[in-house]
Design a protein around this ligand. Structure first.
Ligand SMILES: Nc1ncnc2c1ncn2[C@@H]1O[C@H](COP(=O)(O)OP(=O)(O)OP(=O)(O)O)[C@@H](O)[C@H]1O
Length: 366
C-alpha cells in the first residue's frame, strides 16, 4: 500500500477566530483556508466583521481566540504574535494613498531592499504587468484614480507577498474602469501565485473575483463555497436576497408538500404545519399570454400558472422588469426578462415559476 501524500498546507489559514469590542463579538468563530493563487472573498453587509477579520490577519489587531497560520505555521496564536511587517503579507486598501512626494518608480520600490539596479528591474517588471511602465517617472497627482490604483497594486506586489489582503480596493473607481482593473488585478495576482483575501460588500464584485465566497453575517461565516454554488443554492432567504432581488411566496407544509397558487412544492424533511417561504429570483419567473382563450402553456417544470395584472414595466438596458399584482393575494411579484418587454399597466398576463430555480426555506421569525 502506498501512503498518499498529506494535502498541501493552505497558504493562509484562519482557525476559529474570535474578536470582541466592548463585550460584543464582531468576529465569531471564523475559519477559512486559502491556497496559493486562490481568491477568497469575505462578502457581507456593512458591520458584519469583514474588516476586523482582515485586520487580525494583517496583524494590526489581535484576536481574542483562534489562530492565523501561513503555510501551516502559526503567525498568531495565544501569546505568539508575529508583527505585521514580518508576516509577508501585502495590503491593498481603499485609501491606498501613494506617497505624494515620490514618483511612481520610488513608490513601487519603496519597501524593496538590495542593489539599485535590481530594485529598478523589479519595479519595471511590475509596472509592465499593471500596464504603467510608461508612467514610471510621474508623480501620483499626475495620474488618474485608476492609474494610481494600478501603481498601488504594483507597490503591494513588489516584495512578492505570499498573501494579499484587499479591503474594498476598487470602490473609488467608476464602473467601467473598475471592471478592467479588477480583471487585470486578478490576472497579476494569479500569475504571482498569491493567496488573496478580499473584503467586499458588493455581491457582483465577489462573483467576479472570487474562487470562493465566504458569506458573513453578524460576525459569522454563514455560507462558504464557489460563487456558482452560493448563488444557486443559498442556505437561507437572506443569503438568496444578498445576491439579487427576490420574490417570496408563503405557505404551510402539509404531507411533505406546500400548496400554492403556483401548484405544489416539495418540502422534504419539514413537518406538517411548518410555515415556509418559497423564494425565486425575478429572472426565473416566466411570463405567458392567454393564448386566444386557451390559457398559458406551461412546461412540466413550470407547474401551475397564476394570473396577475401588470402594475408597471421598466426597461433596464439588458433586460426589462415587470411588476405584477397577483390575483390570488393582491401582492406584487417581479419578473425580469432578458429583452425589451414593456406591457402596459393593466395588462393581464400569467406567471410561472421554474421549479428547479425555487428555494424552499422554513420561515424564521424576523
Ligand atoms: N476598534 C473598534 N472598536 C469598537 N468597535 C469596533 C472597532 N472596530 C470595529 N468595530 C465594530 O465592529 C463591527 C464590525 O466592524 P467591521 O469594520 O469589521 O465591519 P465590516 O463588515 O468590515 O463593515 P464595513 O463594510 O462597513 O467596513 C462594527 O459594528 C464596528 O462598529
Amino acid at each position: 500500500m502506498f501512503e498518499s501524500a498529506p494535502p498541501p498546507a493552505a497558504r493562509l489559514e484562519i482557525r476559529n477566530l474570535c474578536r470582541s469590542f466592548g463585550g460584543r463579538r464582531v468576529v465569531d468563530d471564523v475559519s477559512l483556508k486559502i491556497m496559493p493563487g486562490q481568491v477568497t472573498c469575505l462578502l457581507g453587509p456593512s458591520g458584519c466583521g469583514k474588516s476586523t477579520t482582515l485586520r487580525v490577519v494583517a496583524g494590526v489587531d489581535r484576536q481574542d481566540e483562534g489562530a492565523v497560520l501561513v503555510d501551516g505555521k502559526p503567525i498568531s496564536e495565544g501569546a505568539l504574535h508575529v508583527p505585521p511587517e514580518e508576516r509577508g503579507i501585502g495590503l491593498m486598501f481603499q485609501d491606498f494613498a501613494l506617497f505624494p512626494h515620490l514618483d511612481v518608480a520610488r513608490n513601487v520600490g519603496f519597501g524593496l531592499k538590495g542593489p539599485r539596479a535590481e530594485i529598478r528591474a523589479r519595479v519595471e517588471t511590475l509596472l509592465d504587468k499593471v500596464g504603467m511602465r510608461r508612467h514610471i517617472d510621474r508623480f501620483p497627482h499626475e495620474l488618474s484614480g485608476g492609474e494610481q490604483q494600478r501603481v498601488a497594486l504594483a507597490r503591494a506586489l513588489a516584495p512578492s507577498p505570499r498573501i494579499m489582503l484587499m479591503d474594498e480596493p476598487f470602490s473609488g473607481l467608476d464602473d467601467r474602469l473598475r471592471d478592467d482593473i479588477r480583471d487585470e488585478t486578478l490576472a497579476v495576482l494569479k500569475a504571482e501565485g498569491t493567496a488573496v483575501l478580499l473584503v467586499t460588500h458588493e455581491p457582483a464584485e465577489a462573483m467576479r473575483m472570487a474562487d470562493e465566497i465566504a458569506l458573513m453575517r453578524d460576525g459569522r461565516v454563514v455560507q462558504h463555497g464557489a460563487p456558482y454554488n452560493i448563488y444557486n443554492a443559498p442556505r437561507d432567504r437572506e443569503a438568496a436576497a444578498f445576491f439579487s432581488d427576490i420574490n417570496v411566496i408563503e405557505g404551510v407544509v402539509e404531507g411533505a408538500l406546500c400548496d400554492t397558487p403556483f401548484g405544489d412544492f416539495l418540502t422534504p424533511g419539514l413537518p406538517d404545519g411548518t410555515e415556509v417561504e418559497i423564494v425565486i429570483r425575478p429572472q426565473h419567473l416566466r411570463i405567458d399570454f392567454d393564448r386566444g382563450g386557451r390559457g398559458p402553456n406551461p412546461t412540466k417544470a413550470e407547474g401551475t400558472p397564476a394570473a396577475g395584472t401588470v402594475e408597471r414595466a421598466r426597461f433596464l438596458g439588458a433586460s426589462s422588469l415587470v411588476e405584477f399584482r397577483m390575483d390570488h393575494d393582491g401582492e406584487i411579484l417581479r419578473a425580469q426578462v432578458p429583452s425589451v418587454f414593456l406591457p402596459k399597466p393593466g395588462t393581464r398576463l400569467w406567471l410561472m415559476m421554474r421549479r428547479d430555480r425555487c428555494f424552499v426555506f422554513p420561515r424564521r421569525g424576523r
